[in-house]
Design a protein around this ligand. Structure first.
Ligand code: BES
Ligand code: ZN
Length: 393
């Protein structure tokens, strides 16, 4: 546990350089404990459980340790470049409130026979093979050559599966500030093609602090598991030739581990273009069964409550495993990028936050830590499959 805290702290310090006053967004529930422990921390504003704290750079490691020890959060707060950037997180409140509470579409479950047939085609072996292949890249860091090679491999797999389909494209989404591209596979909807359903996860990995370009980072759980889950969903969709009415976009985001950079870029460009995204599913960490009595745990923050409730019903109808709720306490993955842009997102996660996989962001995040199989991730692929069919109709 101590080791994980050190990694969390190091990851955070890398973002602050030498600034004296710094601004962080942090769960409001952690503010008074933080203020009690450290002098001079000033709470500037808060909205819906998130606060902006002014702290100084010498307090960052201690705050990270406090968050880890008292709240079991890795990181647990986000460091911002400026006061205005931190406050903007709160000032986008109206947009985020809609993203959380607005009911975007009809969530009635109607496609029983089709969905059941497609769910039964999901195969654990394929997910396991993809996790093994992705974790064999030295790392998938957003600035390293192997992080470019791993994206080329995913793109190649998705292209191979969609060969001969005139209604499917696989493209890089290039980012102007860093070399690693994201990947977007689009399946054009038949009758409602302007309405978009997104299934995504981050493809990059990270470990260590100094020389991250060279550090071994298998990222098997975080997040080869999510990409493998998505890839198996694509395989079944392509093999059945099922044609959704809405447009489906599968996304493998770049540079999540360094501040959700890839997804932020994409979500903001969709918002700017006025694209109608009716649902976003985020798959980040699906293969480590950390919580004994819950297989699928839905994050309740930075997500849409109606869509998440719908996903709970999908689990009961098609996956038949126990599920529950938890929260990150901060924008812990790419769903937050979509949420902050005003779109409805859900994040089904492998365990509660109290039971997180302690090996993530280290060289030991391998599939061996999850029993060398992908039985947990298989449940998430079944869920993604049913989400695609029932929301894509
Ligand atoms: N997969 C993690 C997020 C995560 C970790 C969710 C543990 C739930 C439990 C993600 O890749 C990550 O590491 N996110 C960063 C934050 C991001 C803004 C850089 C984190 O959690 O520190
Ligand atoms: Zn991570």
């Amino acid at each position: 546990m101590k080791k994980l805290w050190m990694i969390c702290a190091l990851a955070l310090t890398s973002q602050v350089a030498l600034a004296k006053d710094i601004y962080v967004t942090i769960g409001t529930d952690a503010v008074s404990v933080s203020q009690k422990n450290f002098s001079g921390m000033k709470a500037l504003d808060h909205y819906e459980g998130i606060s902006v704290l002014k702290i100084n750079d010498t307090q960052i490691e201690k705050l990270s340790k406090l968050m880890h020890d008292k709240f079991h959060r890795c990181g647990g707060f986000v460091v911002h470049d400026s006061k205005s950037e931190a406050l903007k997180v709160l000032s986008d409140s109206a947009i985020r409130k809609l993203a959380k509470k607005q009911k975007f579409v009809d969530y009635t479950i109607t496609e029983g026979a089709t969905t059941t047939a497609m769910v039964s085609m999901i195969k654990e072996f394929n997910i396991r093979s993809t996790i093994e292949k992705l974790s064999s890249f030295h790392n998938r860091y957003y600035k390293s050559q192997s992080g470019l090679d791993s994206q080329a491999w995913i793109k190649g797999q998705w292209e191979k599966m969609s060969q001969g389909r005139a209604d499917v494209t696989v493209e890089y989404f290039k980012h102007s500030n860093f070399p690693q591209p994201s990947i977007i596979m689009t399946v054009e909807g038949t009758t409602k093609s302007d309405e978009i359903v997104i299934i995504g996860g981050h493809a990059d990995s990270i470990a260590g602090y100094w020389g991250r370009e060279r550090a071994r980072a298998p990222g098997a759980d975080d997040n080869a598991s999510g990409i493998a889950t998505i890839t198996e969903t694509i395989r079944v969709l392509m093999e059945t030739g099922h044609k959704p009415q809405r447009t489906i976009k599968f996304m493998a985001y770049a540079a999540e581990e360094v501040g959700l950079l890839g997804s932020k870029d994409i979500a903001n460009s969709f918002k700017k273009a006025g694209k109608k995204v009716v649902g976003v599913l985020q798959l980040d960490m699906t293969n480590h069964a950390g919580t004994a009595d819950k297989d699928i745990v839905f994050m309740t923050d930075f997500t849409n409550s109606d869509q998440t409730e719908f996903m709970g019903r999908l689990v009961d109808t098609y996956v038949h495993v126990p599920w529950g709720f938890s929260k990150c306490g901060y924008g812990c993955s790419d769903h937050a990028s979509w949420h902050n842009a005003g779109y409805p997102a859900s994040m089904p996660f492998e365990s509660t936050m109290g039971d997180i996989n302690s090996k993530i962001h280290t060289k030991n995040d391998t599939i061996a830590q999850s029993g060398s199989h992908a039985q947990h991730a298989e449940k998430f692929a079944k869920l993604a499959m049913s989400f695609l069919v029932e929301l894509g109709k």
